[in-house]
Design a protein around this ligand. Sequence first.
Ligand code: NAP
Length: 403
Amino acid sequence: MAIPLDLRAEAHLDPSLHYRNPLSAHWQQPRTLLLTGATGFLGLYLLGELLTQTQAQIYCLVRANDAAAARQRLQGLWQEYQLDPSLGDRVQPLVGDLSQPHLGLSATAFTELGSRLDGIYHSGAGVAVTQPYDRLKAINVGGTQTLLHLAHIGQTTPFHYLSSLGLFFGQGTPAQGRFQESDFPEPASVKGGYKQTKVVSELLIQAAQERGLPACIYRPGRILGHSATGIIDLIQNPKDFLFILLIACVQLGCYPQVEEAIEAAPVDYFSRAIVHLAHQPASFCQVFHLLNSRPSTWLDLVATTQGLGYGLEGVTVEAWVEQWRQRGAAVLTPPLQGLLSQVIEARGTALFPPKPGIDDGQTAQALGTIAGAYPPPSLDKTLLQVYFRYFHHQGAVSQPPLA
Ligand SMILES: NC(=O)c1ccc[n+]([C@@H]2O[C@H](COP(=O)([O-])OP(=O)(O)OC[C@H]3O[C@@H](n4cnc5c(N)ncnc54)[C@H](OP(=O)(O)O)[C@@H]3O)[C@@H](O)[C@H]2O)c1
């Protein structure tokens, strides 16, 4: 019989790690940073924000054969995602791998890197949600453990970890009705290898905080395309179910009449928030919930989409799923069709499974949202027009939106 996974026991932080050295003197105006996951969707925009909001040299851990190939990977994505034309010489690709000892660097290079850093942003992760814990452990848990060692070298390096609000899904209802930033999921009821590795990483970071590491945890919710370009991955590794569903509705000419609150925001809203929060002294040892607190619903999104000239008829969810099964393959590009089919096979007509209430009060306070300093974005006609222009340009919807 398989031994149940004890996630608390998995969160083993080297007992020799105590963060007693002074904090890196330049943490607020960093000179040197490390970013993992810079070739990822959120990671790439985090890199853009770090370049904008700081003057730092940014080491980016990239999987590649050599430094030239790593730079080429970053440069290619940089152009594809229409970021500033040149990466510039403040970006230093570092060939490595989160699953390897010392990140795949030599022991000397690892120590030298650690002694120079003013901040670590850990956004890299294996995100294959269908993989079991053991397959993701080396990258997601091992990578966090290695980076917590790196933060210990030389002056104590502030640490920023990208987790996920998904950890609360399937957790029942919390005592206060909504999960607060201070809440932690019950490890034993977190299902799925990806989420389990994220829980273990959060536990590791909590342990490091208790031993003196100034670390912050950011838990993003659903992330949408960039608000100016609409760019999101629709081809290599599409992830966002919500907009794929909306694209399918446009292509089928009908939508399921279901209730669902939408708390998603564009990637640039989240990446800007993370880098802003990371530089506030009050952020140390805090957890942040990144969601869009401006209320919106699935039916609002549909109505806005109709306003862009797409004729959409409301039908029951059962009728919609039937339409999808009959005509979906003919109207959607293969990567989108593959992902939506998987979701519908798993969920049937429960397209939006019940989700817990999540509070972002502490995050909104820290961002100044409540005082109007960092207003949550509106999923309005202007934004959806940007998205649908991009979807049309990519061949995902046949008709462009109305100007
Ligand atoms: N996007 C979302 O909707 C979302 C929502 C909540 C939380 N998050 C969290 O936010 C973070 C960033 O998300 P994302 O959207 O940027 O993810 P992503 O697009 O899947 O990118 C993952 C990044 O991690 C890197 N990576 C994976 N395995 C690695 C390894 N062994 N060594 C080095 N790098 C490795 C990938 O590099 P390669 O390019 O070489 O594969 C890529 O740069 C993740 O930690 C994720 O869990 C994301």
